[in-house]
Design a protein around this ligand. Structure first.
Ligand SMILES: NC(=O)c1ccc[n+]([C@@H]2O[C@H](COP(=O)([O-])OP(=O)(O)OC[C@H]3O[C@@H](n4cnc5c(N)ncnc54)[C@H](OP(=O)(O)O)[C@@H]3O)[C@@H](O)[C@H]2O)c1
Length: 361
């Protein structure tokens, strides 16, 4: 007998998929109904040997059969059944959108039962033009852009009954957490550059090594990339966040640690202001939010790695506000945030199955 919400996971071999499965293992109200990969039939233990699964039952399924399996399950799902069917897309950008466009008509009559969370970039932006400009791709279902909720609940309240959620990128999560309280309060000049410098750990590149992200290249190394503009900038500079766009200059860097994002925003204040007063404003903005903490000192990656916590350090220097945010890209910047959103839309406490303390070492 089904007594829990049913999770269908696409891209099961992926890094975020693995991280989500780790959280799922301790969630009291969600259970894995199917893990889909392009090479179905393997055991989940083979894909994620660090996770404890029942090796007899935890077999992966063929990604190709995902849509048909979902239709079958949705058809059999009684309308008054309290448990939802949840589809979690852990695919690369440029894959989620076309897959959804190809199958969404088959799910249409079950819209109230099916909750979809996409961890890729395909439903984050609000227009097809912005998507094309950022990803150099035509969007497969442009009519849906702007209609998926932004899965960053501390800044964008999920609407009641919300069933389509796009989890923001890891840098985009840190940027918005660091910048938006001051921007919303009108403290910042829009016509002066907002300088944002970010460093990501290697897990930001996913589970599969490429030449530039492979350990021998990355370990002990440090470099900037995306100097011409990183795609997560577009997630900050979206109409949801600003009526009039500020002048943002963001540079990402790759660090030699595994988990974590360190984002340092240097923001021009419209008038000199006391750091304590701005810290108080940030504290009030995030009041009651168990995952976000505002402090005077600089946060550190190891204080948040392994947790769904975001630490924000606030100081000022002259008329510059320094807002520094540290998160774990795989948790608050990815799978943890997906779980947090699911907790909220499925009426669990948002902290369910999510670690708040960092690993420390
Ligand atoms: N890593 C992070 O810190 C992070 C943070 C926030 C958001 N994201 C985003 O979340 C998504 C997943 O990230 P990830 O780090 O888990 O990436 P990943 O480790 O590369 O996993 C993506 C998975 O998608 C599947 N896949 C790859 N190419 C595909 C294709 N052409 N068609 C269908 N499936 C394909 C593969 O799974 P199978 O082989 O099992 O089919 C692959 O393991 C990405 O869009 C990423 O940008 C990542």
């Amino acid at each position: 007998m089904i007594t829990k919400h049913q999770i269908y996971l696409a891209g099961a071999s992926g890094l975020l998929a693995g991280e989500f499965l780790r959280l799922l293992g301790v969630h009291p109200g969600l259970e894995l109904a199917g893990a889909y990969t392009r090479a179905g039939g393997q055991g989940l233990m083979e894909l994620h040997p660090h996770l404890a699964f029942d090796s007899d039952t935890a077999k992966t399924l063929e990604f190709e059969s995902l849509a048909a399996d979902l239709v079958k399950v949705l058809k059999a799902h009684p309308a008054d059944f309290p448990w939802k069917v949840v589809l979690l897309l852990g695919l690369p950008h440029g894959q989620s959108g076309p897959w959804w466009a190809a199958h969404r008509d088959r799910f249409e009559e079950y819209a109230d039962v099916l909750v979809v969370v996409d961890m890729s970039a395909d439903f984050r932006l609000e227009s097809a033009d912005a998507y094309k400009e950022t990803y150099s791709l035509d969007h497969a279902c442009p009519d849906e852009l702007g209609h998926w909720a932004c899965g960053l609940p501390e800044l964008h309240t999920l609407p009641p009954g919300c069933k389509r959620i796009a989890v923001p990128g890891c840098f985009a999560t840190a940027m918005q957490l660091a910048v938006l309280p001051a921007a919303r309060a009108g403290l910042l000049k829009l016509d002066h550059s907002w300088i944002l410098q970010g460093v990501t750990g290697s897990s930001g590149s996913g589970a599969h090594a490429t030449q530039g992200t492979h350990h021998p290249h990355r370990n002990g190394n440090f470099k900037a990339y995306g100097l011409g503009g990183h795609r997560h900038e577009a997630e900050l500079l979206t109409p949801r966040n600003f009526e009039k766009m500020p002048n943002v200059d963001f540079t990402p860097h790759s660090g030699s640690f595994s988990r974590g994002i360190f984002l340092h925003a240097i923001l021009p204040l419209a008038a000199a202001s006391d750091a304590a007063a701005i810290r108080k404003l940030y504290g009030e903005h995030y009041a009651g939010q168990s995952f976000v903490e505002v402090q005077a000192s600089t946060p550190e990656v190891r204080q948040v790695a392994g947790s769904n916590r975001a630490l924000i350090g606030i100081t000022t220097r002259g008329t510059n506000l320094h807002a520094i945010c540290a998160i774990d890209n795989t948790l608050k910047g990815g799978a943890g945030q997906a779980m947090q959103c699911l907790n909220l839309v499925l009426s669990f406490p948002q902290e369910t199955a999510l670690p708040i303390s960092g690993l420390g070492y």
